[in-house]
Write a protein that binds this ligand. Structure first.
Ligand SMILES: Cc1cc2nc3c(=O)[nH]c(=O)nc-3n(C[C@H](O)[C@H](O)[C@H](O)COP(=O)(O)OP(=O)(O)OC[C@H]3O[C@@H](n4cnc5c(N)ncnc54)[C@H](O)[C@@H]3O)c2cc1C
Ligand code: SF4
Length: 551
């Protein structure tokens, strides 16, 4: 740690840990490994459970092991949070979002370093490539070699639309060595024997239900695995509820106490107190914002910048798709996101699938409906639905019921790299005035992307199927997104953001944020690779233990 952080060394021996990392996702796992390698005593507090190939659910019907809502007895790894401007999907597990993510790992275009509050604070274009390289190696990124029927259909639909040349195979963190037979085990192929045994991908399409075959390169098999090997202690099912400076040093110079409860307990919540010299918030964009708002308000960390909650970005996303009852091939085969295309400069579509039997999402899909969001779109949807029911009653009922959905459905995830942001505030909602929650404010994110709908129709024509929309997008005009970033962005001062370009929180000593919250621009691609690379960079500035004052 450097002079600015001014660590008080005489108390070290009384502290339980040098660093406490809150959250074990991409930012948290990188931080844990790099700090442990530098000789620090590290604890990782993770609200979610630890998952193995033995306890992951086979399909989305195993709702208790899929969804995270512990108060309702649901202790899975996938959470949905509902806001006025977006439904935000995120992971909650040892390994954070990596357990449920589709493992598409793409670098953003260089121009992202020229927009947003991080512009000019570092020579990003020179510095970042080496951190992307390290992240790429650690996450085991490769070009997808397994194209399933859904990917071939995407390619054919792109060709039929005159954009066949934009078709590409995704870059993914999945173990797919060339020529190896599916499901074959290998001793650690990534870290010179230091990592765990791995198996090759069997193309079951189940990546977003958690890989039960040890083929997806989740964080508990790379960064976090190695962090634990280097002495970091992971505390699963442990939710951080308070972080306070100790010994009256309001800037945190004397260290911090971190309070936790058992996240999966309903009654005996087992409160615990830990002490440490430094804290890394890595609870994801949403989780870190929520915790910091709470700590700012209750007076534990009152000096957090008032920019907290600003510049939240969700990508402009729309989920559409096509369902083809009785299609000759199983469309759930392949990897979760195997390929993509560009329908124009800003608009990108990926072919997405769930594994055979994971049909619960089928309740959320309906007949494709065009039109501007609002009551007119709902009326148009009803008119379209009634028209279909009258013209093809059996087929329409067949595509609306969930059974067989994953085998017959291709989700088309449409992302637009257009600038647009919302704000999160800590407020009492009108319908529940008893406590404060995160609420969203700002311009609505569009849920209807006309070019994407046109493409879905072409796609459906190819298979003789039905183009489909997501019901919540039509009824509530709220898009779904798995890519919430920002809210504690990197900036030059606390007037414009929450952390500096080395991820140090303005107003406190030895507090960092390393997760999607710091991202200051719309990436236009899935964000996990960038979060990993940024965390690698942030950790590279922290000197090894014992050399804190030598920087
Ligand atoms: C279904 C799905 C598919 C996705 N697919 C992709 C993809 O293909 N490619 C891609 O790049 N991204 C994908 N994402 C997004 C990706 O998962 C996130 O961008 C990424 O995980 C964010 O990393 P992070 O470090 O910010 O936090 P996370 O990985 O979200 O980790 C944060 C962790 O902090 C924990 N936490 C939160 N609050 C507390 C607390 N108070 N105390 C203790 N622990 C806490 C959470 O439980 C969580 O485990 C997907 C997401 C979903 C939901
Ligand atoms: S397709 Fe199946 S085996 Fe391959 S990574 Fe995804 S879940 Fe694992």
């Amino acid at each position: 740690m450097n002079e600015r952080q001014g660590v008080t060394r005489h108390r070290d021996d009384q502290m339980e840990f040098d660093f406490i990392v809150i959250g074990s996702g991409f930012g948290g796992s990188v931080s844990a490994l790099r700090l442990a390698e530098k000789g620090y005593k590290v604890a990782v507090m993770e609200m979610g459970r630890r998952w193995t190939t033995d306890n992951l659910p086979p399909t989305s019907w195993f709702i208790r092991r899929w969804l995270w809502r512990p108060r309702l007895g649901l202790r899975g790894f996938f959470n949905m949070r509902f806001f006025r401007h977006a439904t935000i999907f995120h992971g909650c597990a040892v390994g954070g979002g990596s357990i449920t993510y589709a493992s598409t790992l793409l670098p953003p275009p260089e121009k992202v370093w020229e927009s947003g509050s991080w512009t000019g604070l570092a020579d990003w274009k020179t510095e970042m490539p080496r951190h992307y390289e390290t992240a790429t190696r650690m996450l085991g990124i490769t070009e997808n070699k397994i194209l399933g029927p859904a990917d071939h259909l995407l390619q054919r639909a792109a060709e039929a639309s005159g954009i066949g040349h934009t078709f590409y195979c995704t870059k993914v963190g999945i173990f797919q060595p060339a020529g190896a037979e599916p499901g074959k085990s290998f001793p650690d192929p990534f870290f010179g024997g230091e990592g765990p045994e791995r198996s090759t991908c069997i193309a079951c399409g189940g990546c977003m239900m958690g890989c039960r075959f040890g083929a997806k390169n989740t964080l508990d098999l790379n960064y976090l695995y190695l962090a634990e090997k280097n002495g970091a202690r992971v505390f699963p099912e442990t939710k951080v509820v308070d972080v306070r400076p100790i010994d009256g040093a309001s800037d945190g110079n004397a260290g911090y106490e971190v309070h936790t409860v058992k996240s999966t307990a309903l009654i005996r919540r087992q409160p615990r107190r830990f002490t440490c010299r430094a804290v890394v918030f890595s609870a994801s964009s949403l989780g870190t914002m929520e915790l910091l708002f709470h700590l700012k308000e209750k007076g534990s960390l009152p000096a957090i910048s008032s920019q907290l909650g600003q510049h939240v970005r969700t990508n402009s996303e729309s989920l559409i798709g096509a369902r083809t009852p009785g299609y000759s091939q199983d469309l759930s085969q392949g990897i979760a996101i195997g390929s993509g295309i560009y329908i124009d400069e800003h608009t990108h579509i990926e072919a997405v699938r769930y594994p055979n039997g994971s049909d619960a999402m089928g309740f959320l899909t309906t007949i494709l409906t065009d039109g501007r969001p609002g009551p007119q779109r709902i009326a148009l949807w009803l008119k379209t639905l009634i028209g279909f029911l009258l013209r093809h009653p059996f087929k329409t009922v067949r595509v609306l019921q969930p059974r067989g959905w994953a085998r017959e459905f291709v989700i088309l995830l449409c992302m637009q790299a257009l600038e647009g942001e919302i704000e999160m505030r800590w407020q009492r909602p009108w319908f529940w005035p008893f406590r404060k929650f995160l609420v969203s404010r700002g311009e609505k994110v569009p849920t209807y992307i006309p070019e994407a709908n046109e493409f879905a129709k072409k796609f459906a024509q190819l298979t003789g199927g039905f183009a489909m929309s997501m019901l919540p997008e039509i009824l509530f005009d709220v898009p779904g997104t798995a890519h919430c970033i920002g809210g504690c962005v990197i900036a030059d001062s606390s007037d414009h953001g929450v952390v500096d370009d080395r991820h140090r929180v303005f107003g406190y000593k030895n507090v960092y944020i390393c997760d999607g919250a710091v991202v200051a621009a719309n990436l236009g691609v899935n964000p996990s690779l960038t979060i990993t690379a940024l965390a690698e960079r942030a950790m590279s500035f922290i000197p090894p233990k014992g050399r804190e004052r030598l920087e």
